[in-house]
Design a protein. Structure first.
Length: 727
């Protein structure tokens, strides 16, 4: 059903009185640099616009949609639970659901209710008869309907919304007109039309899209729902059944795509994922803090976010590893060492089990017990499950004997026999309980135990690397490292299966060790994953070398690997400069092609030693609009923090949110990954490189730091620049 009075396309074009928008993003033909080709013109608010002009009508529709949304919210708020909830538990659950629903229906100030419109040529699936006017849909963050239940805004994730992201002049997907809306604050102030089926219109770049890409960045990450690109949309809407892996350079939208994919999957498979759960994994808490508002803004409030470290936190991590130890501990061969060490606890019986019941003794001979143990070892069930099954097997053997001698025991007798002290003692001896942390503690403390189970798996040198210099006395007192916690998690999974979620998004995946991939993989063993990363940004000693290998560790060998190459963050000059490092850090990877039109600014500035030059650069950039990030080698951060504070520019830490008043963040290089700022001062590249254990890792860290800027970058240096940055 048309939602606005439909007017024929030609008539609409005639009555439009707006003028093309000249700034900030002029309409221009798509160039070879990768501008986004559209057939478009922008119309904005103008005093001469007649009351019935399209913009006025769209505003009226927006106002009506807002009223309808309010009515939907009021309907939910007015729900009376007294009759429906049978008890207080049900009532509490329902109340929570209602609260969530009310929150999801909030009309967020500054978040447009719709951002696009599609005019179909014909009713989808209809006859397609000449002259038939198709329906018109406004596309927004959530579904809004009027009092009759007719849609006023369609959820961007609905199938009819898909052409908004994918339709092109080449394949209009049945769409006659695609309209994008521009907002200033919460006000609808502009629109831009593409007549997809009109071959006469020239290709141009979408000005509204450019405006969105180039907007200043202050505060946490925002959603990109109005401007998802076709190649991004393909990943966002990929089916729930398969795992997708995305390789993409800095600023190609991997994080954005991953988050929108979760929102899409929750829409398309709401019930299933409500049961099984979804999880977003990021590299550290400040990153998670930066992205945490994207999903709630899309109406999704139930997605858990976690770091890998938090995921495996069965012990308190208070220690660190030297790189050689961490590399071995993160190697997938450790899984085999753990498996062997665990199953070494199982022994084959030499004695029979004798169960005394009343005046009778029942004897299960050793060879029969051995058969049971061997059979359980052969089955692919967890150590703990087998341990639980063994007493029942023994009891069953006793029951068979009872029946043979004329007794008629029932299930209760079998349970009682299984709990018999003789059976319990036998099980404890044959298949003893194992605590995962104690198992790892012994492996890392006892050279003989490690040697026995790592025989033929780890070299002597590797064994020496992982052994603790001072063996720990207890699980509590051990100074566990992050890599140790992953080993404990692996051992725990060998004993008891880790529950699987429905879908996991793994961001900045390139930094995970094989053992960490396994830890994530078992959390989506019966679900699927979205793996996002950039091989060039891997800065751990065990960084991913190939996605195929990583996917195998994750247990998702069949996943498709997609590549994103259009860059939405970094200006052309800056990405060109950073890309000089690519041949040294990830040969074979294509440089990102920036789609930003604003060239931004880029300067490499020699400064005298000491913080004065850096402080001056920060002050200079604070004179511009948007956020400023000062990125420096971790060791230089305290000195720079003091200098900035003394200069009256007290900086925020990377976890703290930038605001209009506090726009300067001091970011240690080790935490810069995934973040972005309008303007960046990068302090002393040689120190960033020098802080890493090897040159390649150092250059990769530098690549990450060089690619955080949205509008401009000043590189300040007193020491010579790393030679690899020379052309
Ligand atoms: N289609 C789009 N429209 C508008 N902005 C976009 C689009 N895609 C990405 N962006 C913006 O580009 C910036 C970079 O995106 P994102 O952080 O997701 O990139 P990334 O590939 O994860 O980068 P990195 O490798 O540095 O972590 C973000 O501000 C994001 O909102």
């Amino acid at each position: 059903m048309p939602l606005l009075p439909a007017s024929p396309r030609s008539a609409a074009a005639r009555t439009e009185t707006g003028r093309p928008r000249a700034s900030p993003a002029p309409v221009r033909p798509a160039g070879p640099s990768g501008g986004i080709p559209l057939t478009t013109s922008v119309h904005d608010d103008s005093p001469s616009a007649a009351a019935d002009a399209p913009l006025a009508r769209e505003r009226a529709h927006l106002a009506a949609a807002r009223r309808a949304l309010r009515a939907m919210r009021e309907d939910v708020e007015a729900l009376d639970l007294t009759d429906v909830a049978a008890n207080w538990v049900n009532a509490a659950v329902l109340e929570r659901q209602i609260e969530d629903r009310v929150k999801a229906l909030a009309d967020l100030a500054g978040t447009p209710l719709f951002f696009g419109r599609l005019d179909y040529l014909h009713a989808p699936g209809g006859s397609g008869a000449e002259g038939a006017d198709g329906p018109r849909f406004h596309i927004g963050r959530r579904h809004v309907h009027d009092a009759d239940g007719d849609p006023m805004v369609i959820d961007w994730r609905a199938p009819v919304s898909q052409p908004f992201y994918r339709a092109s002049a080449k394949d209009p997907m049945g769409v006659a007109l695609r309209r994008r809306f521009g907002y200033t604050g919460g006000d609808l102030t502009a629109y831009e039309d593409e007549h997809l089926s009109d071959p006469a219109q020239a290709s141009a770049t979408s000005a509204l899209l450019q405006r969105e890409i180039e907007r200043p960045r202050v505060g946490p990450m925002r959603d990109i729902v109005a401007t998802i690109q076709p190649e991004q949309d393909e990943i966002v809407r990929a089916g729930l059944g398969g795992t997708v892996c995305v390789q993409g350079g800095p600023g190609t939208g991997k994080t954005a795509v991953g988050l929108h994919r979760v929102a899409y999957l929750l829409y398309a498979h709401r019930e299933r994922l409500a049961r099984t759960g979804t999880l977003v994994i990021g590299p550290n808490r400040s990153f998670l803090h930066y992205i945490e508002q994207v999903l709630p803004a899309l109406g999704e409030l139930t997605v858990r976010q976690s770091t890998v470290d938090d995921l495996v936190a069965r012990v308190e991590v208070r220690g660190t590893d030297e790189a050689p130890a961490a590399v071995v501990k993160g190697d997938a061969r450790m899984a085999e060492v753990l498996r062997r060490a665990l199953y070494a606890h199982v022994t084959l019986p030499t004695e029979p089990v004798v169960v005394v019941r009343g005046s009778r003794r029942w004897r299960v001979p050793a060879y029969e017990l051995e058969e049971m143990v061997r059979e359980l070892l052969d089955r692919s069930i967890r150590y703990g499950a087998a341990r639980e099954a063994l007493p029942q097997r023994i009891a069953h053997a006793v029951l068979v004997r009872m029946e043979r001698s004329g007794e008629a025991p029932d299930d209760r007798v079998q349970d009682a026999v299984a709990r018999n002290p003789a059976v319990k003692a036998a099980v404890k001896a044959l298949w003893p309980p194992v605590d995962p942390a104690r198992l790892v503690l012994r492996l890392l403390s006892d050279p003989d135990f490690l040697a026995e189970h790592a025989e033929g798996v780890l070299t002597e040198e590797e064994r020496a690397a992982v052994l603790w210099a001072r063996p720990a006395r207890s699980v509590r007192s051990a100074r566990w490292s992050a890599a140790d916690a992953v080993l404990i998690d692996e051992a725990a999974d060998l004993i008891e299966r880790t529950p699987s979620l429905g879908h996991v998004v793994l961001d900045e995946a390139q930094d995970l060790s094989p053992m960490q991939y396994r830890a994530v993989g078992r959390r989506c063993s019966t679900g699927s994953a979205t793996v996002l990363g950039d091989l060039a940004q891997g800065t751990t000693p065990w960084a991913t070398r190939s996605w195929r290998e990583a996917l195998a560790h994750l247990g998702k060998e069949g996943a498709v690997v997609e590549e994103l190459t259009a860059g939405f963050r970094v200006p052309t000059d800056v990405i060109a400069y950073a890309s000089r490092l690519l041949p040294h850090i990830a040969p074979g990877l294509a440089p990102v092609a920036s789609v930003r039109e604003n060239p931004g600014f880029f300067e490499v500035r020699p400064v005298p030693a000491g913080p004065a030059g850096v402080v001056a650069a920060c002050r200079e950039l604070l004179g511009r609009e948007g956020s400023v990030g000062l990125i420096a080698a971790d060791a230089r951060v305290p000195e720079l923090a003091a200098a900035l504070t003394e200069a009256g520019l007290r900086p925020l830490g990377p976890g703290e949110e930038t605001t209009g008043e506090a726009r300067l963040t001091l970011v240690p290089a080790s935490l810069a990954k995934g973040l972005e700022y309008d303007h960046v001062v990068l302090d002393e590249p040689a120190a960033v490189v020098g802080a890493e254990p090897d040159e390649r890792t150092g250059l990769r860290r530098l690549y990450v730091c060089l690619t955080r800027a949205v509008s401009g970058l000043i590189v300040t240096h007193a020491a010579p620049l790393p030679g690899h940055l020379a052309e």
